[in-house]
Design a protein around this ligand. Structure first.
Ligand SMILES: NC(=O)c1ccc[n+]([C@@H]2O[C@H](COP(=O)([O-])OP(=O)(O)OC[C@H]3O[C@@H](n4cnc5c(N)ncnc54)[C@H](O)[C@@H]3O)[C@@H](O)[C@H]2O)c1
Length: 365
């Protein structure tokens, strides 16, 4: 009996793999490594026909170079900054993501954090629980009415848009900065477009980040950027930890420049031992203890979203292994098989050239 090819789940998911096995039944075996670092993959993925990668590890050139039969790498999630897509493309391996499994969950978390901070809910709960201050609303003074305050969004993609819709429902004055968004979304959404990040910073009562982590966006919010926001404003980051110089947050909180921060993502997850933000947040003597909310990269999560992420990732692998097109490919593949005729994409890039992003087809052998 011929052995089926193997789909390897590198990290994060390591249960009975029932969703993946159901979808890949008869097409591939499914194995999970539960890696904590890239080194854990050594010698265990070289023969994989496809990889399903989550966000606990990085896939760099040293690992990608060892993939001998890989037809697809799926980043089961939205952000693919932990996979070296360019290297994969040069080696003829398409990288796809799962862009649409949890947009609403992330937006709900961003708004939940914003409400909890601006209404004083987190602050009051934190102080009262440890017996700090009077049992009285005055602990949260000053608390501003939300209606009419500026809610600034950086990156008006799927999650940014879902967040904008929610913020509008609260009566907030929603403004966004996104240099790549075509004209007209401000009109369609009934929100304001701002052409310069500095302009958005200077007016945002709440700033919520929803752009990807790229060379351009790494560290866009540092101490200087926080200093350009109105005094007593709020920062929400549910996108990627690398967007923010998180070490600048404790000082901004201590000075009153920031009244609070909601952080779902950190540059290193779990955080490193001497992370200054974590140290301040854990310290009851530091104002960040009451004014910073930290979650463990959980914004994506609901039972439904998690299942959708796994299911859609496995479906992409199934399509690739059956030689069908995968329409969520995010890289350009050189010297890969780009058979655009397989699903009627005749004008997709010719075989052996750079494939057009999004219509690339997995090699079939
Ligand atoms: N915390 C979580 O659990 C979680 C879950 C899913 C996604 N995310 C993060 O959220 C991010 C957004 O997801 P999405 O589905 O909305 O992605 P998306 O691709 O739909 O939207 C990203 C938007 O950012 C814009 N953008 C790109 N560069 C920019 C820049 N320099 N300045 C401003 N805007 C810029 C793009 O034009 C796009 O409109 C992802 O990249 C991912 O990192 C986090």
């Amino acid at each position: 009996m011929t052995r089926l090819p193997k789909v390897v789940i590198t990290d994060f998911v390591a249960d009975d793999l029932a969703p993946e096995r159901r979808i890949l039944d008869g097409v591939a075996e499914v194995d999970a490594i539960n890696a904590r670092s890239e080194e854990d993959l050594s010698g265990r993925i070289d023969e994989a026909a496809a990889l399903m990668v989550y966000h606990n590890i990085r896939l760099t050139e040293k690992t990608i170079a060892r993939l001998r039969r890989c037809k697809l790498i799926v980043r089961c999630g939205v952000g693919y900054d932990n996979v070296d897509c360019a290297v994969a493309g040069r080696r003829g391996i398409p990288v796809a993501n799962v862009p649409d499994y949890g947009s609403e969950e992330v937006a709900d978390t961003a708004i939940g954090m914003a409400l909890s901070l601006t209404r004083g809910i987190a602050l009051l709960n934190s102080r009262l629980r440890r017996g700090e201050g009077p049992w009285f609303y005055t602990q949260a003074v000053p608390c501003r009415r939300l209606r009419g305050q500026v809610f600034g969004i950086v990156g008006l993609g799927r999650i940014g848009t879902a967040t904008a819709i929610r913020a509008k429902a609260l009566g907030l004055d929603v403004a966004f900065y996104d240099p790549y968004k075509p004209d007209g979304y401000d009109k369609a959404m009934g929100i304001r477009r701002v052409d310069d990040l500095g302009d958005l910073l200077s007016q945002a009562f709440i700033l919520s980040l929803h752009c990807p982590l790229t060379d351009e966006t790494r560290g866009i919010i540092d101490g200087e950027a926080l200093g350009r926001m109105p005094r007593g404003s709020y920062l929400i980051n549910t996108a990627r930890g690398g967007l923010v110089d998180s070490a600048s947050i404790p000082a901004a909180i201590a000075s009153g420049q920031l009244a609070g921060a909601g952080i779902d993502v950190l540059p290193h997850e779990p955080p490193q031992a001497f992370d200054p933000l974590i140290a301040a947040w854990r310290d009851p003597e530091h104002p960040a203890h009451d004014r910073v909310l930290i979650n463990p990269h959980a914004a994506f999560y609901s039972e439904e979203a998690l299942l959708e992420m796994r299911t859609k990732g496995a479906e992409a692998c199934r399509r690739a292994l059956l030689g069908k097109g995968v329409n969520t490919v995010v890289n350009s593949v050189v010297n890969g098989e780009c058979n655009g005729e397989q699903n009627g994409e005749r004008d997709a890039a010719p075989k052996g050239s750079h494939c057009r992003k999004g219509v690339l087809h997995a090699p079939t052998d």
